[in-house]
Design a protein around this ligand. Structure first.
Ligand SMILES: [Fe+2]
Length: 393
C-alpha cells in the first residue's frame, strides 16, 4: 500500500469557463453558487479601462445586488485585505466575485479567508491554515496570466515586514473560474509580456519541480508549447484574438501545473523583489528565470533539454548539456523579444526603484523562508541565492 507521502493531490476549480464570450455567464454562474449579494473585488486599473462598468451592467441586468471594493493595488497588501473585509461586512455581502489579474484574486481570496475564519490575514500564512470554507466565490481573469483565478495560492504583502506572505490553502480555490480573451484584449504590450512570462515561469518551475507528476507535466508541456507559439504574437499585435485565446489556455494550463507541482526559486526570489521594492511580479520572474535555470539545470538536465524542444528549438545532435543550455538561451531570447528588461537594476529604473546589491542579504534570507523554494530541484545555500540575485542585477 502507498504511504501518504506518495499520494499526489490535484486541485482546481469545480467549474471553468474559458473562451471568447465566457464573461457573459458571470451573473448566472454566481447565482448558481447561491449568491445574493457578492462583493466585487477589483482594482482602479480595471475600473479605468471600463471592464468594471461592463461587469456591473451585467449584474444590474440580472437584478443582482452587489458592493464594490476596487482599491486593490499591484502586490496586494494586508491593508487591502482588511479594508475589503470591512466593505464586505458593512454591505452584508454573502459571496465574492474577483475581477482582474493576480492582485484582485489574491486580495479577494484573503478577504474570503478572513470573513469566514476570523482573525487577520497574517494568521493564514503557510499551508492549509484555514478551518472553514470561503463564501461562494467566482473569479474572472483579465490577464494571461498569473492563473490566480484558478489556484489555491494567495500572495499578500505584509506591509510591516515588507515580505510577501505565501498562503497556500485548498479552500481559497475559486468555485468557478472565467477566462475570457475579450477581457484580455485591452492589455498593453508590456503587461501582455510580463504576464505571459509569468505563465512561462509557472510552467517551467512546475516542470522541473520535485513534486511534478504525469498530470502536471502534461499541463506544463502544453503550456510551454503554446507560449512559444503565441506570446510574441500577442505582444506584437494585441488585437490578434487567436493569440489572446491561446494565451488564455496556456496560462490556465500553466496554472494547473504549478497549482499542483508548486514552484521554485524564481518565485521564492521574485516575491522578495515584490515585497521589498514593490516591483511587478511578472517582470521580476522573467528576469530571474534564466538565472535560476542556469543554477538548476545540472539537477534536471534532461528536462531542460525537453524545454528547449517545447520552445521549438532543434536539439538534434546536441549533448544533453548543450540541449539544456539551448533551452535556457531560448527563454532569454523570448524574454528579450517581448521587451523584458535585461536586469533588475534596469527594471527598478523603469518603476522609480533603486535596486541595490546591499539589499540582497535580507532578500536572500526571506527567499529561503518562502514556501515556493521547497520544491526547487536543486537546493541552494544563502551564498548561492545571493549569487543568483547578483547575476540578475
Ligand atoms: Fe507567478
Amino acid at each position: 500500500m502507498a504511504s501518504i507521502e506518495q499520494v499526489s493531490g490535484f486541485f482546481m476549480p469545480r467549474v471553468t469557463l474559458i473562451g471568447i464570450g465566457a464573461h457573459k455567464e458571470i451573473p448566472a454562474r454566481i447565482k448558481a453558487l447561491g449568491a445574493k449579494k457578492p462583493l466585487l473585488v477589483t482594482d482602479k486599473g480595471i475600473t479605468a479601462c471600463g471592464i468594471t462598468a461592463q461587469i456591473e451592467a451585467q449584474l444590474k441586468a440580472a437584478k443582482l445586488n452587489y458592493a464594490i471594493y476596487d482599491e486593490t493595488v499591484p502586490n496586494p497588501t494586508d491593508v487591502n485585505v482588511a479594508k475589503g473585509v470591512q466593505v464586505y461586512k458593512d454591505n452584508k455581502c454573502d459571496s465574492l466575485i474577483t475581477l482582474g489579474g493576480g492582485s484582485s484574486h489574491d486580495c479577494g481570496k484573503g478577504i474570503g479567508l478572513v470573513v469566514s475564519n476570523g482573525g487577520a490575514i497574517h494568521d493564514y500564512e503557510g499551508l492549509d491554515k484555514s478551518k472553514k470554507s470561503l463564501p461562494p466565490y467566482l473569479a474572472v481573469n483579465t490577464t494571461a496570466g498569473t492563473a490566480s483565478e484558478m489556484t489555491r495560492f494567495c500572495i499578500i504583502t505584509d506591509t510591516s515586514r515588507k515580505v510577501k506572505m505565501a498562503i497556500v490553502d485548498w479552500r481559497v480555490t475559486p468555485n468557478t473560474a472565467i477566462d475570457d480573451p475579450l477581457l484580455m484584449v485591452g492589455m498593453p504590450p508590456s503587461l501582455t509580456a510580463a504576464t505571459g512570462m509569468d505563465a512561462l515561469t509557472h510552467a517551467v518551475e512546475a516542470f522541473v519541480s520535485t513534486a511534478a507528476t504525469h498530470m502536471t507535466d502534461a499541463c506544463a508541456e502544453k503550456a510551454i508549447v503554446l507560449i512559444a507559439k503565441y506570446l510574441r504574437k500577442a505582444v506584437g499585435d494585441g488585437s490578434n484574438m487567436e493569440a489572446r485565446e491561446q494565451m488564455a489556455h496556456a496560462q490556465f494550463l500553466a496554472g494547473m501545473a504549478f497549482n499542483n507541482a508548486s514552484l521554485g526559486y524564481v518565485h521564492a526570489m521574485a516575491h522578495q523583489l515584490g515585497g521589498f521594492y514593490d516591483l511587478p511580479h511578472g517582470e521580476c520572474n522573467a528576469i530571474l528565470l534564466p538565472h535560476v535555470c542556469q543554477f538548476n539545470f545540472i539537477a534536471r538536465m534532461g528536462r531542460y533539454g525537453t524545454i528547449a524542444r517545447l520552445l521549438d528549438e532543434n536539439t538534434a545532435g546536441l549533448t544533453p548539456r548543450e540541449a539544456a543550455l539551448k533551452g535556457i538561451e531560448a527563454i532569454r531570447t523570448l524574454s528579450a523579444d517581448v521587451g523584458i528588461p535585461s536586469g533588475l537594476v534596469e527594471l527598478g529604473k523603469r518603476y522609480g526603484k533603486n535596486v541595490q546589491a546591499k539589499d540582497i542579504d535580507i532578500m536572500t534570507k526571506n527567499a529561503q523562508r518562502d514556501a515556493c523554494m521547497l520544491t526547487n530541484p536543486r537546493k541552494a545555500n544563502d551564498a548561492q541565492i545571493a549569487a543568483i540575485y547578483q547575476s540578475a542585477l
